[in-house]
Design a protein around this ligand. Structure first.
Ligand code: OFO
Length: 172
């Protein structure tokens, strides 16, 4: 039986993942309107991934015989100073998400909830990748600055991203 403290922490993380999706959609809209269609596409795919992360958490709560709780999703930032600013914000956001995931893992350990710890381990590893990806893009954007040719190259590279459901074959 999963403890209420963990149901609350996991439910809160569902909200955070959906907020992440909303933030990435907001960023995608900014990039689209600024003419960076490749960046916009990359961010749209990222939003889809975040929805998959949130839905997987939601499913886990139900699978453990508990009821997820729901709350408001906060309003994401919608204007950014530049593409560099946008990637800096992504890095800061993903670092915060990592801290939240680590808190859930610590709670699962202190409650001796091995099933939740095993479940949340996937997210611990995922955050290593998310942060590495955000760091690389933030550093690349910093090097590029306002150089139009290099911005064009970045935009073209990011247009190639495809969405792969990380939990395909596992149900929601
Ligand atoms: Fe769900 O990984 Fe980003 O926030």
């Amino acid at each position: 039986m999963i403890k209420e403290s963990l149901v609350n922490a996991l439910s809160d993380q569902v909200n955070t993942e959906y907020y992440s999706a909303y933030l990435y959609l907001s960023m995608s809209a900014y990039a689209d309107r600024a003419g960076f269609k490749g960046v916009a596409h990359w961010l749209f795919v990222q939003a889809q991934e975040e929805i998959a992360h949130g839905t997987h958490l939601y499913r886990h709560i139900l699978d453990r015989g508990a009821a997820p709780s729901f709350g408001d999703i906060k309003t994401p930032q919608s204007s950014f100073a530049s593409i560099k600013d946008l990637f800096d914000k992504i890095l800061a956001h993903e670092r915060q998400v990592t801290e939240r995931i680590h808190r859930i893992a610590s709670l699962a350990q202190s409650e001796q909830d091995h099933a939740t710890y095993a479940f949340i381990s996937w997210y611990i590893n995922e955050q290593v990748e998310e942060e590495a990806q955000a760091e690389e893009l933030a550093a690349r954007a910093a090097r590029i600055g306002d150089n139009p040719g290099l911005l064009y190259n970045l935009d073209s590279a990011l247009a190639a991203r495809t969405f792969t459901d990380p939990f395909a074959g596992e149900g929601a």
